[in-house]
Design a protein around this ligand. Structure first.
Ligand code: ADP
Ligand code: ZN
Ligand code: ZN
Length: 820
């Protein structure tokens, strides 16, 4: 019988395609492996096989699979089930999930850009095709695969490229991460000639007439704790050896020439290959032990548990104990962190305890490294603990026992663009339950829905109300800046109280954090004469002024232009800025405190992971006095010397037209306040606002989460929001406003026919045009008791109807399920 395979292609296409399996591949094909398939005109993709069968499709003539890439499945059955859940729940395609799940190197397509690795040295002979690719790339070092096919005259290069990637001769070009340069250092190891202690002793004897080389050698043995090849306590960098042995680089080079040492490059901070020292766990305090026991207890009857613990109460310590416990049973742990919080701080804490049983998965890591981790997770030597961001829920886990979602309230767990627009916390809970694992959610400021579920019996609920060693929560002083503005007593963005406290902190060599949730210099500029405001030409927003770059920038599409010298509307030359962002705060602070060492942390200053780490490291080491930043400075960082935190303008967080804006403002302020005062003394937070009487401000001051919750939950009930209703936003986008209006009205009508009152809109979203596309939004509110799967089925039907309508050919429709 002729055999066929159903495959997922990395394209936003509903359903799967069936390909014929040529006879010579029949033995090799099975579900879960990748194969190269032709698709469309002369294009090839890496597809994923999901099923092998003997049913020829009736609607179309099948094409043939070109080649298989794997001998064993790279996707476990359980992962495939998880993909299907994501596609179904978040109303996207399996192709979307496939694209999000696999690192680029594992899903080559004709458009993939590859580049030459200049450091590559062939270890085995290359095939003729492989050689031709490398030759072509030596002329033009980065090309897409289609280009290479032309240049080499080879028809389908995907399998060849794939092999070259595996050999390390090529890289995937990573457009967005171009600026990523791993911090590498030169390390030293013994060459293969040094196999055991005998060899070593012979060397010692041989080197008696080169005392400096001998000294370097002995120092190396001491520092590395070398026992035999592959077994050492610590990797030793050349720099360290030079310092410690007090020799010149020429001495080490001499040892390399004698084939005793080898040099290798390694990214600093990556896991050592040898055996590492690990330290015993900190014993838990009484309160922590109690919380730990309660968590274990709750897992007896519940799938999920919320650990609500104030900042610095030792949640991380509890996680570490739980991980240890789970590892003892032979299971794995996935530890999720929000993208930006994945700092060296937490990595180092976990690494100290778990050594090389810990793997780290980050979107800013080079693709090759992510491929490596994926493959490792499929092998017998998989990591026991994965510390990772959102996308690590897609990694293969063969024996998952626990998922920890730290800072579970963070909205960066929700992917906004592109599809799948999944929420990693919620997806992780599903993954865990599919794997027979438990989920622990931890935070000081829970998401309203999570807290509701925890206090209504759906999740376990454990609280930690005191900080470790009874360090006090910071004192929060509210300053009414409306009043001060009126009396003209503000200096730039600072109240007299805040300035005084900053000054005192600096005098006592303490540190200050200033928080303003807006980057750039000013959110807009305006002509003083006629009120003209520069707008983005692609989007419906005003441009943000970036003074350092003398630029106006759109924060939605990235469009930039130079700041005009005069107003194009009236010719006036006085352009004034309105509002302020972190850049302006930095400017003012430097003017007021010229001797202070100031750093700024926001999206503009942290384009690369290393830049981000450097700012944190410097602040930790006391090389910076004042750290100014957006919400990035609020993310679970521990600093010991911060005595003052300034929240410059609480109001800017409250004016978003979103049902979550109060909740989020509370979370941000509570989190950033939590950075103040650590080991030595009580910290101070100066909270500047124009609305000091707002209940929310009072709740922040008294750290009264329960009260915030009760207020918010009543509003949610009243206005039909989560957790009482599920939300789905339908977005429609089109280049032409008329077509969009027509489509949106029609769609809302059709949806109303099936779903009635649950449909609201169409409305204009806050930004109604982005990247030259007009946008409309339809909101669907589904009561908790109703069948959400019926709603999804109906939505898909309606979408198909629109897809077949000639008038709406280039209409984009997508869904945001459980929007954040
Ligand atoms: P959270 O995660 O709740 O913010 P952490 O676990 O980071 O709290 O704890 C805050 C600080 O207190 C950290 O520096 C941590 O090392 C220390 N700490 C907490 N619990 C213990 C413990 N049981 N033993 C030693 N140090 C602890
Ligand atoms: Zn003007
Ligand atoms: Zn724009």
């Amino acid at each position: 019988m002729k055999k066929f395979a159903d495959v997922i292609v990395p394209l936003p296409i509903m359903g799967q395609y069936t390909y014929a399996i040529p006879e010579e591949l029949e033995e090799k094909v099975c579900a879960g492996i990748r194969a190269i398939v032709p698709f469309g005109k002369k294009k090839y993709y890496t597809a994923l096989i999901t099923r092998v069968h003997e049913e020829a499709p009736e609607e179309y003539e099948t094409k043939e699979i070109v080649e298989t890439l794997d001998e064993k499945p790279i996707l476990l059955k359980r992962q495939y089930d998880f993909w299907q859940w994501i596609a179904d729940y978040y109303l996207c395609t399996l192709g979307d999930v496939y694209k999000a799940a696999l690192p680029s190197g594992m899903k080559l397509e004709s458009e993939t850009l590859v580049e030459y690795n200049p450091d590559y040295e062939a270890e085995t002979t290359l095939t003729e095709k492989e050689q031709r690719v490398l030759d072509a790339l030596s002329h033009d070092t980065e090309q897409c695969i289609t280009q290479l096919e032309k240049a080499t005259g080879v028809k389908n290069l995907l399998p060849v490229i794939n092999r070259l990637l595996e050999k390390g001769a090529l890289y995937i070009k990573e457009e967005l991460k171009r600026s990523y340069k791993p911090r590498t250092e030169v390390f030293i190891r013994f060459s293969e000639s040094v196999r055991d202690e005998n060899d070593l002793h012979q060397l010692f004897n041989a080197l008696t007439r080169a005392p400096k080389q001998l000294a370097a050698l002995m120092k190396y043995v001491e520092l590395s704790g070398w026992v035999r090849p592959g077994c050492l306590l610590k990797e030793v960098s050349r720099k360290t050896l030079l310092q410690e042995a007090n020799v010149t680089p020429a001495i080490v080079s001499g040892l390399v020439e004698k084939h005793i040492f080898e040099l290798y490059h390694q990214e600093v901070g990556r896991l050592a290959k040898g055996i590492l020292h690990t330290v015993p766990l900190n014993p838990l305090s009484e309160a922590q032990q109690k919380a730990y026991n309660e968590i274990i207890q709750s897992f007896v009857s519940k799938q999920v548990c919320l650990l609500h613990g104030v900042t610095s109460s030792g949640k991380t310590e509890i996680y570490i104990h739980l991980i240890e416990q789970v590892l003892r049973t032979g299971k794995q742990v996935l530890y999720l962190l929000p993208e930006i919080a994945l700092t060296t701080q937490i990595t180092e804490r976990l690494r100290k305890v778990f050594g090389n049983r810990l793997g780290i998965y980050h979107s800013k890591f080079p693709d090759a490294e992510r491929v490596e981790i994926w493959q490792k997770q499929l092998s017998e030597h998989d990591y026991d603990v994965i510390l990772g961001v959102r996308s690590s829920v897609f990694l293969p886990f063969r024996r998952l026992g626990l998922v920890i979602v730290d800072e579970e309230h963070e909205n960066t767990y929700k992917q906004q663009d592109p599809a799948p627009r999944y929420h990693a916390r919620n997806a992780a809970m599903v993954l865990a339950s599919m794997s027979g694992a438990k989920t622990l959610l931890g935070t000081a400021t829970p998401c309203i829905e999570t807290y509701y579920n925890a206090t209504h019996g759906k999740y376990g609920f454990v609280e930690l109300t005191e900080r470790h060693q009874q360090i006090q929560l910071p004192e929060i002083e509210v300053v009414d800046i409306k009043e001060l503005n009126r009396k003209k007593r503000m200096t730039a963005q600072f109240s007299p109280l805040l300035l005084q406290k900053i000054r005192e902190a600096l005098e006592q060599k303490e540190q200050v954090i200033l928080f303003q949730n807006r980057r750039g210099f000013a959110p807009m500029i305006e002509c003083r004469t006629c009120g003209w405001v520069p707008k983005c030409k692609n989007c419906d927003v005003s441009l943000t002024y970036h003074k350092g770059l003398n630029q106006l920038a759109c924060h939605y599409c990235g469009y930039t232009e130079l700041v005009p010298k005069s107003c194009p509307a009236c010719g006036g030359v006085e352009l004034v800025s309105r509002g302020f962002g972190t850049e302006k705060v930095e400017d003012s602070i430097k003017e007021i405190f010229p001797d202070a060492r100031v750093a700024r942390m926001d999206l503009d200053t942290t384009r690369t992971r290393t830049a981000y780490e450097r700012i944190i490291d410097d602040f930790e080491a006391g090389k910076t006095d004042i750290l100014i930043g957006t919400q990035m400075v609020s993310k679970g960082l521990d600093f010991d010397r911060v005595s003052v935190v300034g929240i410059l303008n609480a109001d800017s967080m409250l004016n978003y037209p979103d049902f979550r804006s109060y909740e989020r403002a509370f979370q941000l302020m509570a989190q950033v306040a939590g950075r103040a005062g650590r080991k030595n003394k009580r910290g101070l937070v100066v909270l500047q606002t124009k609305q000091p009487d707002l209940p929310l401000i009072h709740e922040v001051v008294t750290n009264d989460y329960a009260r915030l919750f009760h207020e918010q939950i009543e509003e949610r009930r009243l206005f039909r929001y989560p957790p009482f209703y599920r939300l789905i936003y339908v977005y429609l986008k089109h280049r032409k406003q008329e077509v969009l209006d027509q489509a949106a009205d029609l769609m809302a009508n059709v949806l109303r026919q099936g779903l009635g009152e649950r449909i609201l809109g169409p409305d204009l979203p806050p930004v109604a045009r982005i990247q030259t596309l007009y946008i409309k939004k339809i909101m669907i509110k589904v009561e908790q008791q109703a069948s959400i799967s019926k709603v999804r089925t109906y939505l898909r039907q309606v979408q198909r109807m629109f897809a077949e309508d000639e008038r709406f050919r280039s209409l984009l429709v997508y869904y945001d399920v459980d929007p954040m």
